[in-house]
Design a protein around this ligand. Structure first.
Ligand code: NAD
Length: 354
């Protein structure tokens, strides 16, 4: 990547960041020019969704608390009907990528503006990317209508994110920035955000593990996840995201742990083809080697490092390699089926990246 010429896709999202910033919900609705929000959350976060709906009072149209991973189409259809029947003029999603993904599914058809209050580090709130799952197949697309108009980052809402999920969700965010650094569309701005995002997350995750109630570490991690999400929203991804999409979509592996396990191996695969990106990632994680540094970050903080620990079977690795190579897509190093199969074997066993 050079400064000789590039395209930068700035995404127009208003960001309100800070401890306690959820108090500004009503102000932010009015600033958007809307009046009544349909509040979305997952069943596990019903209490939080209900408290935001209560805070909004008459500006809450209803609470829909059944958001689920990968947005099943039946759920999207039901939520769209609820949005239409309550006459909501915006969607307020509180939670992780699942709640925000459901809001995007509604916005895709209705063009209702989305306001997001993220409580994980997945980064969906910063992207125009949506996903819908129909008959077991997850389809993703990009549409600027689904990009949230306003994001309220309140680190206090992440204090309840269990330590294990904090680490894997944080490394999921790092994956966006790492692939953004060697993206075909990489540009000086997204690379700045990517390096800063990885630095903030690799600095804060060990502090969160040591003390999950450390508010400044929580704020630092959420700041990092914002930057990493913004990178995902601006530039194209490569092999790592394709592998994780395959493992999640075809083998039902959990999203953030899969990213955590695969990332060091995908980076090792691309290392020689993307030396500048590797230098920046290594510098951000404070290790001499990018792949090794991220492997250590996961291991030292108690995250899973082997696909066999999270439900993958060894006899599925061939098929995973085939699917990952089936559609041509850009990657700094050409897709080599045997080398990708070997990468998956190492990720399966939890061996060090090489
Ligand atoms: P998630 O939203 O499914 O959340 C996982 C679980 O953690 C849920 O039960 C949720 O209620 C709970 N949770 C969330 N925040 C919590 C908190 N602060 N305290 C306690 N519990 C909390 O998980 P995720 O990893 O955030 O999102 C994964 C989904 O998002 C996947 O479907 C993925 O494909 C999608 N995603 C999409 C994009 C995009 O740009 N479109 C980007 C990243 C992820």
């Amino acid at each position: 990547m050079s400064t000789s010429g590039f395209v930068y896709n700035g995404r127009a999202t208003r960001v309100v960041f800070g401890s306690g910033s959820r108090v500004h919900l009503e102000r932010e609705l009015l600033a958007l020019g809307v009046k009544r929000a349909l509040v979305l959350c997952s069943p596990e976060q019903h209490a939080l969704g209900a408290s935001l709906a209560e805070q909004l009072g008459s500006r809450s149209a209803d609470l829909f608390d059944r958001a689920a991973m990968h947005v099943p189409i039946e759920l999207a259809l039901e939520a769209r009907t609820v949005a239409a029947s309550t006459n909501a003029d915006c969607i307020l999603a509180v939670g992780g990528g699942s709640a925000i993904g459901l809001a995007k599914a509604i916005a895709l058809e209705s063009s209702l503006p989305v306001l997001a209050v993220p409580t994980t580090y997945a980064g969906s709130e910063m992207t125009p990317i949506y996903g819908l799952t129909e008959a077991g197949l997850k389809r993703t697309g990009t549409d600027i209508r689904v990009l949230p108009k306003t994001v309220i980052y309140d680190p206090d809402l992440t204090l309840t994110l269990p330590v294990g999920m904090s680490v894997t969700s944080g490394i999921n965010a790092i994956a966006h920035a790492a692939e953004g650094l060697y993206s075909r569309d990489a540009n000086p701005l997204t690379s700045l955000m990517a390096e800063e995002g990885i630095t903030a997350l690799s600095r804060s995750l060990p502090n969160i593990v040591a003390n999950p109630g450390d508010r400044s570490a929580r704020a630092d991690a959420l700041y990092g996840s914002w930057l990493c999400g913004a990178v995902l929203g601006s530039v194209g991804m490569a092999l790592h995201h394709k592998l994780c999409h395959t493992l999640g979509g075809s083998f039902n592996l959990p999203h953030a742990p899969t990213h955590t396990i695969v990332l060091p191996h995908a980076l090792a695969y691309n290392a020689e083809a993307a030396p500048d990106a590797m230098k920046r990632i290594a510098r951000a994680v404070g290790h001499e080697n990018a792949a090794q540094g991220l492997f250590e970050l996961a291991r030292a903080n108690g995250a899973p490092v082997a696909l066999k620990e999270i439900g993958m079977r060894e006899d599925q690795l061939d098929q995973a390699a085939d699917i990952s190579c089936s559609n041509a897509y850009w990657n700094p190093r050409p897709l080599e089926r045997d080398a990708i199969r070997a990468l998956l074997q190492r990720a399966f066993e939890g061996s060090a990246p090489s």
